[in-house]
Each structure stands twice: as structure tokens, then as C-alpha cells.
Ligand binder design. Structure first.
Ligand code: G6P
Ligand code: MN
Length: 462
């Protein structure tokens, strides 16, 4: 693995590029960057997208938000990738190859076969990666040519797999960000009535496949006491997903995405009787991106409303919560999500401050059960040199074996994409514990190929 060159300490005038800048979450990224802009001497934010229409829509929303006093950054939009990336200090990657239309197929095909249909977990994640990796690798090569020192902060799902695939090109300068670990940690710290900064979160895993094993303060591990406290533990979103008894039996809190393994059948049934996530989002986003707005204020208001709805309905399909139930929920201010984690990461990299964040980076001994290059999601110490994982040590055997299996699936997927190999793609699906059948894997891949023109072009017709 090529290790990145000397640390690039940013002197002045930081340039940041957001790839996929026409995406719906762009205003959240801008808000997160706004909060650190002065401290990191942000001089330019370039929004890049393959769609000028989507960029213009976001620009209108940003103008509307700025008019309401929600801040303004020096933002520029472009569809020219080379020019966007040129000389950047940070590249944030949030592209979605094939749009939500692509995600709909990724999710619906497995459900028809009785298998979990999810953007990252299961066949959906394999397919999303197979479709996206060629474009992502091309982007990485452009970054290598045009911005050799840039930190590449990846949000594109499946985050861990994508970082694993880009690492041979970008070395340790590619870092993956997800907000589910920090989201879980803040829920726990609220229940313990302690600020997160006063606690150590012993979290380990791969992206969307992790566990919170201990929460340590000056008196020791507070997790056992929290899990034993009926009133407190019931308030956790994870108690709803896994059941209190299961959390107690594990002695750990699983990442919410482990629900798709623990309750695969009910996750499939819920979508069969209701509506899948991509299906819901596609309708919502189409309405937002095609609406005619008279003013920036109108665009900003519509964006806010759609965002709230999106956040409130997050994972509703997996928990079989109907739309009426979601609507009836008490309104809470939605969280800024992974952009906030990425902003903390950016600040630590740019200012060489020491900060502990749970990130996706090469293992380097962090998890004893995985090799040094494997991308893992663990607490990392971040400074101007990058993100260094802490040593997690041994983990329970069931977690270890699931991580190893999924890492194997990720690597098979990367190989399948690199070689446009149907055999490898089917192998990746067959090895996945949610599929666990070669016949089924072949059927799922054939359906993906039949429905995704981009896969047909690369892998041929069945
Ligand atoms: C969480 C996950 C992300 C995911 C996001 C949005 O933050 O960690 O990986 O992209 O939710 O999910 P949605 O279903 O709304 O696209
Ligand atoms: Mn995530």
C-alpha cells in the first residue's frame, strides 16, 4: 500500500471541493463548514456535480438559507472535475452514481428474492459498489494528478468498501466518514448525562457493522449500569431495534445497521408490506428537484421541510413504522449528520489538533482479527499527519467472524469491479451471510444486470 507523502500542513487559504455537490445534503455540508471556516481559513468551496441542474437547485437553496442569516461561504459551482479538484486541500466525496433510481434497483432486486434490500447492507451494498467503483477510481486518479496532497474524505456508501478500494491509489489520505457511531455515542452520553468529550467510547467494527463495547469515565465502564437500567436503556433507538434483552445478553450496543442481520426476515417483510427506503426517497426528492420555486426563500423552505421528513423517516421501513406514525412523531431538530463529523475531522487535519473520532481507515493493528490494510471503523487519533487507529484488542468471536466475512465480501466485490468479472461478483454475493446461497447469488446478479444498463455494459448480458 502506498503510504501518503509528507504531511501537508495547510498554511493559508484552504480550498475544499465537494463532489456530488448537487446532492440533497449539500446545505448541511455548508453549515458544517461554516462553523469551522474561520478557524481553518477556508478560502473557497467548490461544488462539483455531473448535473448542472442539481447544482443550480442547491445554489438557490443556499442563497435562500443565506438570506435567512444561515451563513454564506465563498461557494462556486462547476461540472468540470479537473478544474474543481485542481490544487484542492480537501476533497469531500458524496457522489451517488446512478442516482436514487439506481438505489431503487439495488434495494428492490434482493427483496423480490426474499433477501434484505438495503443501500449498504447485503446485496444492495455490493451492487452499489460494483456500479460506483469505476467512477470513484477515476476520481481518485484525478485527485492524484491535480491535488496530490489533498485529504480525500469519503461519504459515498458503502463507505468502508469504497475507502478500501481507493486506498491503493490514495494511500492513507482517504478517510471514510459515517455518523452512526458518533450518533450512538451521543445518545449514550445523553442518557449518562455526561458530555461526549468526558467519555471514552470503546467502539469497533467495519462501517455499518460495529459495536459499542464500553463507555468509560473516571469511575470505569458505565455501559453495564446503563444496560441494567430499564428506564434509561428503553430510551435508546437501539433498544427498539434489537430489544433490551438482546442488548443485555450481548453486553454491547450494536450499530443500528446490524438490525438487518439480526432481523433480516422482518426487515424484508416490512418492505414487502410497505415501502422501501429508496422508493420513498425517490418520490420525495423528485418532487423537490423538479418543483418550480419563485424565490430562493421558497427553495430553502422546501428543502428544510424535505430534510426534516427525510430524517424523521430514517430507518422507518426497517422498523415497520408507517408514514402516518412517522408524521405523528414529535418534531425534533434533525441532526447535521456526517458533515459535522467530517468538519471535525477536517479541522483536526488542517490545524494539527489531536482529536479522537471514529473513522474508516486502514487497521494497522487496531483490530487484531483483521490485517493491517483492512479498512476498519474504530476510534482514531487525528492530527496533521492523518487518522491513526487506536488498538482495540480482541473482540467477541461472533463479531470477529462477521467482520472477517464481510471484509472478504468487500474484497471480492472490489476485485469483481476491477476485473468486470461475473464469477467474482456472484462469489461476493454468495459469500454474503444475508444471501448464503450460490443459486440465489446468481439470480440476484442476473436481475441486477438485467436492470442496470451500466452493469450490462461492463459485465455483459446473462
Ligand atoms: C446515515 C447513514 C448514512 C446514510 C444516511 C442517509 O447517516 O450512516 O450512511 O447515507 O443515514 O440515509 P438515507 O436512507 O436517508 O439516504
Ligand atoms: Mn453511514
Amino acid at each position: 500500500m502506498p503510504v501518503s507523502g509528507a504531511a501537508h500542513t495547510v498554511q493559508s487559504g484552504v480550498k475544499i471541493v465537494l463532489l456530488g455537490g448537487g446532492g440533497f445534503r449539500t446545505p448541511l455540508t455548508c453549515t458544517a463548514l461554516q462553523s469551522i471556516a474561520e478557524r481553518v481559513s477556508l478560502s473557497e468551496l467548490v461544488l462539483h456535480d455531473v448535473s448542472l441542474e442539481r447544482l443550480q437547485r442547491m445554489r438557490l437553496v443556499l442563497d435562500g438559507l443565506a438570506d435567512r442569516g444561515e451563513g454564506r461561504l465563498p461557494v462556486r459551482v462547476t461540472t468540470d472535475l479537473d478544474e474543481a479538484v485542481d490544487g484542492a486541500d480537501f476533497v469531500w466525496c458524496a457522489i451517488r452514481v446512478g442516482g436514487l433510481e439506481g438505489r431503487l434497483i439495488d434495494e428492490q432486486v434482493p427483496v423480490r428474492e426474499g433477501v434484505v434490500g438495503q443501500e449498504t447492507t447485503g446485496p444492495g451494498g455490493v451492487c452499489f459498489a460494483l456500479r460506483s467503483l469505476p467512477a470513484l477510481l477515476e476520481i481518485a486518479r484525478v485527485v492524484e494528478r491535480r491535488a496530490r496532497h489533498a485529504w480525500f474524505i469519503n461519504f459515498t456508501n458503502p463507505v468502508g468498501l469504497v475507502v478500501e478500494a481507493l486506498q491503493p491509489v490514495l494511500g492513507s489520505r482517504v478517510i471514510g466518514v459515517c455518523d452512526t457511531p458518533s450518533g450512538l455515542c451521543s445518545r449514550v452520553s445523553r442518557l449518562l448525562a455526561r458530555p461526549s468529550s468526558e467519555l471514552w467510547f470503546d467502539y469497533f467494527g467495519l462501517n455499518h457493522l460495529g459495536w459499542l463495547r464500553a463507555v468509560v469515565d473516571e469511575s470505569g465502564d458505565r455501559l453495564p449500569e446503563l444496560l441494567a437500567d430499564d428506564a434509561a436503556v428503553c430510551q435508546l433507538h437501539e433498544a427498539g431495534l434489537f430489544g433490551v434483552e438482546r442488548l443485555r445478553q450481548l453486553g454491547m450496543i450494536p450499530n443500528e445497521y446490524l438490525h438487518y442481520y439480526e432481523h433480516a426476515k422482518s426487515a424484508v417483510d416490512a418492505v414487502r408490506h410497505g415501502r422501501g427506503r429508496a422508493d420513498y426517497l425517490l418520490a420525495q426528492q423528485r418532487a423537490f428537484y423538479t418543483a418550480g420555486f419563485a424565490t430562493p426563500a421558497e427553495a430553502a423552505a422546501a428543502w428544510r421541510a424535505a430534510w426534516r421528513q427525510r430524517e424523521r423517516s430514517y430507518m422507518a421501513e426497517a422498523m415497520a413504522r408507517g408514514e402516518a406514525e412517522v408524521e405523528a412523531e414529535v418534531e425534533v431538530e434533525p441532526s447535521p449528520g456526517y458533515a459535522a463529523v467530517a468538519a471535525e475531522l477536517l479541522e483536526a487535519l488542517a490545524r494539527n489538533t489531536h482529536r479522537v473520532l471514529i473513522l474508516n481507515t486502514a487497521n494497522r493493528g487496531g483490530l487484531a482479527c483483521l490485517d493491517a490494510q483492512a479498512i476498519v471503523e474504530v476510534p482514531c487519533v487525528v492530527d496533521g499527519q492523518g487518522a491513526a487507529p487506536v488498538a482495540v484488542g480482541d473482540v467477541p468471536p461472533a463479531a470477529e467472524s462477521l467482520m472477517q466475512t464481510i471484509k472478504h465480501v468487500e474484497r471480492l466485490t472490489i476485485r469483481a469491479a476491477a476485473e468486470s468479472s461475473t464469477a467474482q461478483a456472484v462469489e461476493a454475493l454468495a459469500q454474503h451471510p444475508l444471501v448464503a446461497s450460490r443459486t440465489l447469488a446468481q439470480r440476484i446478479f442476473d436481475a441486477y444486470r438485467a436492470e442496470h444498463a451500466s452493469l450490462r455494459a461492463r459485465f455483459g448480458v446473462a
